[in-house]
Design a protein around this ligand. Structure first.
Ligand code: ASP
Length: 307
């Protein structure tokens, strides 16, 4: 019989994008990112440690990163080639296969929360543009004032790149397994720098940037969205586990090392029993990982798996 005092397993991982080279960043930028990752990971961890759901942990962690301004999501959004903000996000519940997503919206600074409402309050999966903005307002989300997004306040196109021309990817994401064994995944972004108006990447596409299924795992991606979309990467990783008998760790590592062109991006994943995988084929990926055994780590690159 199990002891009543044994901590029930949970685990969580976050990412803050795989763009740029952390070695080229100044201490201020590194500190700001590390601080934000710590706050976001704490928010998610606290939900899970208190017996909350994986979905609540995703929303809590991603909302922190959207509000922070140091990432290409929510407040720190990069701009389109015509100087506008177009936000994308998605969330998936691994227990039910329910999912929700928004794309090309800008009425609200927390698209991950709107995506969750799409999942829970509508019969749809994806709302885009003015429809997504109108839905956010109908759900009572406060309208983001025009200068809320940092990029629109500065003369630079990218408020968070500090002139690093390689800093094209700064999406945020989270995967979690709660104490009930349920998995969830969420991803939020403003897309790639200077994207064409109307361009939508992998982040709000279920199966490309986000996927979760309790029996196999949960995945969130970051990087050049078109490469992830062409290969349906998030679902392909789950399919490798489901049909080819691979571990999620093997599937993720192989995909990052051999399937995706070097420099494409990164992936965070959690398998059915809570094992965390972090992988990227870029110089860096901001990340965090925590679990019920006391792990609590953040970083700007994952040494073991970086090519
Ligand atoms: N994957 C995102 C996109 O292509 C960009 C990123 O990860 O920063 O929209």
């Amino acid at each position: 019989m199990q002891s009543q005092n044994v901590a029930k397993p949970w685990s969580i991982a976050i990412h803050g994008g795989a763009g740029g080279d952390p070695k080229a960043w100044g201490p201020e930028k590194c500190d700001a990112r590390m601080r934000a990752l710590g706050v976001a990971l704490t928010a998610g961890r606290d939900v899970l440690a208190a017996g909350g759901t994986a979905l609540d942990a995703i929303e809590a962690a991603v909302t922190v990163l959207e509000d922070d301004g140091n990432f290409h999501a929510g407040r720190g959004a990069t701009l389109t080639s015509t100087g506008n903000v177009e936000l994308d996000a998605s969330i998936m519940d691994g227990a039910s296969a329910n999912c929700g997503a928004v794309a090309a919206m800008n009425a609200c600074g927390n698209p991950i929360r709107v995506a969750r409402r799409v999942m829970q309050q509508t019969s749809h999966v994806l709302l885009v543009g003015p429809g997504a903005d109108a839905f956010a307002q109908s759900q009572g989300f406060p309208l983001a004032p025009p200068d809320y997004f940092l990029g629109t306040r500065t003369s630079t196109r990218d408020a968070t790149s500090d002139g690093d021309p390689n800093f094209r990817f700064g999406t945020v994401g989270c995967v979690a397994r709660d104490t009930y064994g349920d998995l969830a995944s969420g991803t939020s972004t403003s897309g790639t720098n200077e994207k064409l108006p109307g361009r939508v990447g992998d982040s709000p596409i279920i199966g490309a940037g986000t996927f979760a299924a309790n029996s196999y795992g949960a995945v969130s991606t970051t990087g050049l969205g078109e490469e992830f979309m062409r290969r349906c990467v998030a679902y392909d990783l789950i399919a490798q586990v489901r049909y080819a008998g691979r571990t999620l760790d093997e599937a993720t590592s192989e995909t990052i090392r051999r399937q995706l062109p070097v420099g494409t991006g990164g992936i965070i994943a959690i398998d059915a029993v809570g094992t965390i995988t972090l992988a990227h084929n870029t110089p860096g990926m901001s990340w965090g990982a925590a679990d019920h055994q006391g792990r609590f780590e953040t970083g700007l690159r994952v040494n073991a798996l970086t090519l």
